[in-house]
Design a protein around this ligand. Structure first.
Ligand SMILES: Nc1ncnc2c1ncn2[C@@H]1O[C@H](COP(=O)(O)OP(=O)(O)OP(=O)(O)O)[C@@H](O)[C@H]1O
Ligand SMILES: [Mg+2]
Length: 225
């Protein structure tokens, strides 16, 4: 139910006012179906860029990127959006929740599963919030939740379309140590229960060590760990 990831010679260049900026320089990487990888490295190393390419938020430029047997090369716009909906769940450092919606609405509105009625969507959102231990907080807006609770809502939201690939960009970056540990354990449990592939960016060495595979980046290249 996860995806295998295969990158070959993946290069990414941003156009900037100062000219082209190459942030990934020909990356080769394999992550197994159901794998658990931690991307580490200094600020500006290209970690978020790599995650954005894996998640179809950036269109691939040169090199090959194959995820779950699907070739992302040549996809853009609608093709990438369809790939994201079908395959990917995202969790971000800043949670990315809509402040005007309750926890349940945040989860519910991310749902695009075909054929679900509004009642089914609502019930699924509540089930997911229950699974992350927030059944009692379903009606709270994010401003009434702690950081750890917000991130649990964001994880519930990421799961609403049953992603085969779960991507997390510094999911514990804004959390205290105890909340961070809880979030990591939750992500690990989700990976096991849903048999998805988990790729996480983290600055925290201890957290990175828990992954089965480390992807240390520096200036767009893999470096010896
Ligand atoms: N949309 C963009 N346009 C132009 N340059 C960008 C863009 N996104 C990122 N960059 C540049 O690309 C480089 C890599 O950025 P990226 O966000 O991938 O780094 P990162 O490893 O995630 O860093 P951090 O740890 O600070 O989050 C940086 O120098 C950044 O300024
Ligand atoms: Mg980043």
């Amino acid at each position: 139910m996860g995806v295998a990831i295969s990158l070959r010679g993946l290069t990414h260049t941003y156009r900037t006012a100062e000219g082209p900026l190459t942030v990934l320089g020909g990356l080769d990487l394999d992550i197994a179906d159901g794998g658990y990888a931690a991307i580490t490295g200094p600020s500006g190393a290209g970690k978020t860029t790599l995650l954005s390419l894996l998640g179809g938020l950036e269109a691939p430029q040169t090199g090959r990127i194959e995820i779950g047997g699907q070739d992302l090369n040549g996809l853009s716009g609608d093709g990438l959006a369809a790939y994201r909906r079908a395959t990917v769940g995202f969790v971000f450092q800043h949670f990315g929740l809509l402040e005007t919606l309750t926890a349940a609405q945040n989860v519910e509105l991310a749902g695009t599963l075909n054929g679900a009625t509004p009642a089914e969507r609502r019930s699924r959102a509540l089930d997911l919030l229950g699974a992350v231990g927030l059944a009692e907080r379903a009606g709270h807006r994010p401003s009434r939740l702690s950081g750890g609770e917000r991130q649990r809502v964001a994880i519930a939201r990421a799961l609403v379309n049953e992603p085969r690939l779960l991507l997390a960009d510094e999911p514990t970056g804004n959390l205290d140590d105890d909340s961070a540990a809880m979030i990591i354990e939750l992500l690990e449990r989700v990976r096991t229960d849903h048999r998805c592939t988990l790729v996480m960016v983290t600055h925290n060495r201890e957290l990175a060590r828990r992954a089965y595979q480390r992807v240390p980046l520096d200036r767009g290249h893999l470096v010896p760990a």
